[in-house]
Write a protein of this length. Structure first.
Ligand code: SF4
Ligand code: SF4
Lengths: 371, 183
């Protein structure tokens, strides 16, 4: 059986999943070669929502291009913006006020919770449980409301500017976040009990889609996908940015390597995000929320790279500057692309029905992959 | 296998017999569902009920007027330069004698268009404007029958005249505090 895997022979069935398929969460097209129910090959076809963001950024100024990047990984738009702002600040060698740093980290972690929340609901829905989706959206709505009050938008926040954040936090912000944290701690327990503790769910997740740590590294996986295989890769711990080095939180590692391990990493990560928020929410320093920067930003000639940990993994921004007001070249390293590339590897030899569980726990966001 | 010192391993106990008994889970799930019958609904019936947005919400743009109902925009073009989506186009014109009650500055925008299909509602036009002439309001749901309809003309964007229709003006301004005129 095993030697047949990966080659197409007479009698194999080739099916298309997507570009419009509920389990692909966007326009991902998978060409799957099947032998009976067994997957022999998965070929992802990309490019359906390619918007050429990297090229577009070359004609935008350093202030403007940050906003376009919200449209890549729209579920952690804020963290994308953060990476871009960090990279520009690196070039400008700007000092970020302490208040702005804390606000940024708070927003990052709220975004992470919201993103994992949506992942959790959507993944449960893929596996056939419809109710978690509504529960997840209800809690996510509260985060969206908090974001709207402070940032001015609900999904594509555009709250980052080089040098800080766009406006100060809303007076209600701290109170609402604290209330939400109280509620959310109970909810996360409920989720854990109802979905994770479900025997059917566990049977569908355990020992499905095994990814070894070696493969995770060689495919360039990052984020919860790699940490589910026991690879330590949390940028917040390895290359701390902003105030992360002063915070107490754990990098969650699971050694299982299967879908269930990846699932558990994300659930536990939400709890760590709560920990981070609770440490910061009462300690937002006074001061400016934005450093004074010039109206027209010019980066010195050179190359700049900065990376952050988004909800999906390592997101990197690489700017080549010729000294002008627009970047000469921009390259984004998006976590989703590498994480998708292991799908073929982990799906080979397993059943078609299990692929949904694998795709669910890889947490793919297609605009992030396609850019 | 511990790969780093920083990481915390997650404990993975096998399920107990009680947890394996699926009936128990169903009962608990049912309890959660039933308890929701007695909680306040979180949904709103959208077209009939509307929620208010926050003060900083970035919705459809509005071209502002001053207290006397004159247009503030001087067609300087700073908003068009700042716009990442290149959504704004305008044509400037000189104010003629006798038009002082219409336009605040000596130059005004004869044509001012925002392509709503391009706009990403980033709010940079509002930030760039030196005259506080454009801002993003709390209205958001635009609908139209064709693409041309999404190119909003100056007539669509201008706020109602505070002198002629103070109520409509107030509604359009919403909770926003308009800056006092600088010049
Ligand atoms: S909100 Fe942003 S994209 Fe829209 S018109 Fe203003 S500057 Fe352009
Ligand atoms: S809206 Fe403001 S920035 Fe734009 S042209 Fe008019 S005055 Fe200038």
């Amino acid at each position: 059986m095993l030697e047949e895997v990966g080659t197409t022979t007479e009698g194999d069935l080739i099916i298309n999943v997507g570009p419009q398929h509920p389990a692909t969460h966007g326009v991902l097209h998978l060409v799957i070669t099947l032998n009976g129910e067994t997957i022999k090959k998965v070929e992802p076809h990309l490019g359906f929502i390619h918007r050429s963001i990297e090229k577009m950024c070359e004609s935008l100024t350093y202030r403007q291009f940050i906003y376009v990047t919200s449209r890549m990984d729209y579920l952690s738009a804020h963290i994308n913006n953060h990476a871009c702002a960090l990279c520009v600040e690196k070039g400008l060698q700007a000092e970020i006020p302490a208040r702005a740093q804390v606000i940024r980290v708070l927003m990052d972690e709220l975004t992470r919770i919201a993103s994992h929340e949506l992942w959790w609901g959507a993944m449960a829905m893929d596996l056939g449980a419809f109710t978690p989706f509504f529960h997840a959206f209800r809690e996510r709505e509260t985060i969206n409301d908090i974001m709207e009050e402070t940032c001015g938008a609900r999904l594509t926040m555009n709250y980052m500017v080089p040098g800080g954040v766009m406006q100060d936090i809303h007076p209600n912000f701290q109170r609402r976040v604290k209330e939400f944290m109280q509620l959310y701690k109970r909810k996360i327990h409920e989720y854990d009990e109802m979905v994770t503790g479900n025997i059917i769910f566990q049977n569908r997740m355990k020992n499905v889609g095994y990814l070894s740590p070696e493969d995770a590294v060689s495919y360039g996986c990052s984020g919860p996908t790699a940490r589910g295989s026991g690879v330590s890769c949390d940028i917040r711990k390895l290359y701390p940015y902003e105030v992360y080095s002063k915070l107490e939180f754990d990098e969650i590692l699971e050694t299982g390597g299967d879908s269930f391990a990846r699932y558990m990493v994300r659930i536990r990560e939400m709890q760590q995000s709560i920990r981070i928020i609770e440490q910061l929410i009462d300690n937002i320093p006074e001061g400016d929320f934005q450093a004074k920067t010039k109206a027209v930003l010019k980066l010195p000639k050179g190359e700049f790279y900065s990376r952050v940990e988004t909800a999906r993994g390592e997101f990197g921004v690489y700017i080549v500057s010729e000294g002008g007001t627009t970047p000469y070249r921009i390259k984004f390293r998006s976590p989703g692309f590498s994480n998708l590339s292991v799908l073929d590897h982990i799906a080979r030899g397993s059943k078609l029905g299990d692929m949904v569980a694998m795709m669910g726990t890889l947490d793919l966001v297609i605009p992030d992959i396609d850019r | 296998m511990q790969l780093t010192q920083r990481a915390k391993q997650v404990d993975r106990r096998p399920m107990t017999q009680l947890e394996k008994l699926y009936l128990w889970n169903i009962a608990k799930g049912m309890w959660i569902t039933i308890s929701h019958l007695f909680k306040r609904k979180v949904t709103i019936q959208y077209p009939e009920q509307k929620r208010t947005f926050s003060k900083v919400f970035r919705g459809v743009q509005i071209l502002n007027r001053d207290e006397e109902g004159r247009e503030r925009c001087t067609a300087c073009g700073l908003c068009a330069v700042a716009c990442p989506a290149e959504a704004i186009t305008m044509e400037a014109a000189e104010r003629q004698p006798g038009e002082e009650h219409l336009y605040k500055e000596e130059k005004y925008a004869a044509k001012y268009e925002i392509n709503m299909l391009r706009c990403i509602f980033c709010g940079y036009c509002e930030e760039a404007c030196p005259k506080d002439a454009i801002y993003l309001s709390q209205t958001f749901a635009q609908a139209n029958y064709d693409r041309k309809g999404f190119i909003y003309k100056k007539e669509d964007l201008l706020i109602p005249n505070p002198k002629e229709d103070p109520d409509a003006y107030q509604r359009a301004v919403g909770e926003r505090v308009t800056k006092p005129l600088s010049s």
